[in-house]
Design a protein around this ligand. Structure first.
Ligand code: GLN
Length: 492
């Protein structure tokens, strides 16, 4: 029999409904997997007692016929989501010991649908990073190893690296992620799983630690497209507590999945064909287009002329918003406080922030403060906002010629720790994910193939605003055609 931890989320639902196993058994199997894989450092906090209680409640609901759509499904929650009564740190020392008195809307919706929380997943500090090396709780190690004889430890991607490592290592059926410039899609690609960032405003940001509010979106990460669709349906929905939340109907994304792309046009943005692109990734991209053609789609060339300005604009806008958002961590209201002897209030703020924030967060706060300062606002921030509008218009014009875009998710497979010590080299890893974030569009990464040394590679599908359903259909078509069955070697 297949191990319970190996089942897809959809198969878990069927097994629970058929009483093949109980939610308590399913949860116990995952708790054991979490314990056996602690060396990955995927969780900051494990919550086995909460999980056991929730599993018991799910079993009772299943027996009574009152079970929600995710009853008994074991999930990990990224530590950016406030969880009532359970420490939430955003991967930062400054929030060590912070126990929220409330639940984020998104995690609350998953729990209300019956999900079981296994714990809080490690992440880059305040979601700033692409490798999980910026977490104050230690780096997350990818369960994958390159088949190059080196045995080097690899990054799981970031910032949702605890989520990607835990889902790919079968420690949970699915996980929440957040994506500001690629933090769901790039870690999904690095670990051979699927992940979707919905349209900006689909998922409530209420109770989610703010990085760059005009870009931040929550979304699911899971091992199949259908599993992502099941989680997304639960996570989305209008929330009056988030002023940017969209008051639009939420389709049943899983029930609507067909994988049928007949009559759809897939755009290939020519500016994404970078000079010196990894030939394996270029070939996989062509293969992906062939798969979508076989699923009934027509392939068309499109142009997104402002693509090369997306990264510079993002690395002005995101730090600007971060510097403002992170001003709230002042030692007064949340988490840690450092009081220098004889110091005044300003000294307390300075000492708290100096001790509480890591190097990458400080770098972003300084960049953000600089580009918002009186002398430089117009030169940097205003210009970046104009570029953002041009990038959004590029996509709007492209939608006159196509229904979806297909691109690689990342320019490389997972790299080793320390390989991108230069922040700029790290930022370049976001080249394919950032433009759609700036435009607020739904975008998904699906595992599609392997690098020459056996590491997962993802393809990215970008859709029109609110067209997650078609993005998921293309994801399903790629998933079916790719037949991606590779998996990491696991302990336990
Ligand atoms: N890697 C990008 C950054 O560091 C994206 C992070 C994210 O999406 N949260 O800003």
């Amino acid at each position: 029999m297949t191990a319970l931890t190996d089942l897809t989320l959809a198969a878990m639902r069927r097994g629970l409904a058929a009483r093949d196993f109980s939610a308590t058994e399913l949860t116990a199997a995952h708790v054991a997997a979490v314990e056996a894989n602690r060396h990955l450092n995927a969780f900051i906090v494990e919550t086995p007692d909460i999980a056991a209680d929730q599993a018991r409640a799910a079993d009772a609901a299943l027996a009574a016929g009152t079970a929600g759509p995710l009853a008994g499904i074991p999930l990990g929650i990224k530590d950016l989501f406030c969880t009532k009564g359970v420490q939430t740190t955003a991967g930062s020392k400054i929030l060590k010991g912070f126990i929220p008195p409330y639940e984020s809307t998104v995690s609350g919706k998953l729990l209300a649908d019956g999900a079981v929380m296994l714990g809080k997943l490690n992440m880059d500090e305040f979601a700033m990073g692409s490798s999980n090396e910026t977490s104050a709780y230690g780096r997350v190690i990818s369960p994958w190893k390159a088949q190059d004889g080196s045995n080097r430890e690899l990054v799981p991607g970031g910032s949702s690296g605890g989520s990607s490592a835990a889902v790919s290592a079968r420690l949970c059926a699915g996980a929440t992620g957040t994506d500001t410039g690629g933090s769901i899609r790039q870690p999904a690609a690095f670990t051979g799983i699927a992940g979707i960032k919905p349209t900006y405003g689909r998922c409530s940001r209420w109770g989610v630690g703010a990085f760059a509010s005009s870009l931040d979106q929550a979304g699911p990460m899971a091992r199949t497209v259908e599993d992502c669709a099941l989680l997304l349906t639960s996570m989305c929905g209008y929330d009056p507590k988030d002023s940017t939340s969209l008051d639009v109907p939420v389709p049943d994304f899983a029930a609507g999945l067909t994988g049928d792309l007949r009559g759809k046009r897939i755009g290939v943005p020519r500016e994404y064909r970078l000079d010196g692109m990894d030939p394996t990734i270029a070939a996989l991209w062509d293969q992906g287009l062939a798969w979508l053609r076989a699923a009934g789609a027509e392939i068309v060339d499109v142009s997104l002329p402002h693509t090369s300005y997306a990264l510079p604009a993002y690395y002005i806008i995101a730090p600007a918003e971060a510097s403002s958002n992170l001003a709230r961590y002042d030692g007064v209201r949340y988490g840690q406080r450092v009081t220098p002897p004889g110091g005044n209030l300003g000294d307390m703020y300075a000492a708290t922030r100096a001790a509480g924030f890591g190097a990458e967060v400080k770098r972003r706060i300084m960049i953000g403060t600089y580009v918002l300062s009186a002398g430089f606002y117009d030169a940097y921030y205003t210009q970046a906002q104009k570029v953002r509008a041009l990038i959004a218009r590029d996509f709007e014009l492209a939608w006159q010629h196509c229904d979806l875009l297909l691109t690689p998710t990342a320019p490389s497979a997972a790299f080793a720790f320390g390989d991108k010590a230069d922040p700029l080299a790290m930022y370049l890893n976001d080249v394919f994910t950032v433009p759609s974030s700036l435009a607020g569009l739904p975008a998904m990464s699906v595992p599609a193939g392997l690098s020459l040394d056996g590491l997962p590679l993802g393809l990215q599908i970008i859709g029109r605003p609110l067209d997650e359903a078609l993005v998921l259909d293309a994801g399903l078509a790629i998933e079916r055609a790719a037949g991606f069955t590779a998996r990491p070697g696991l302990a336990g």
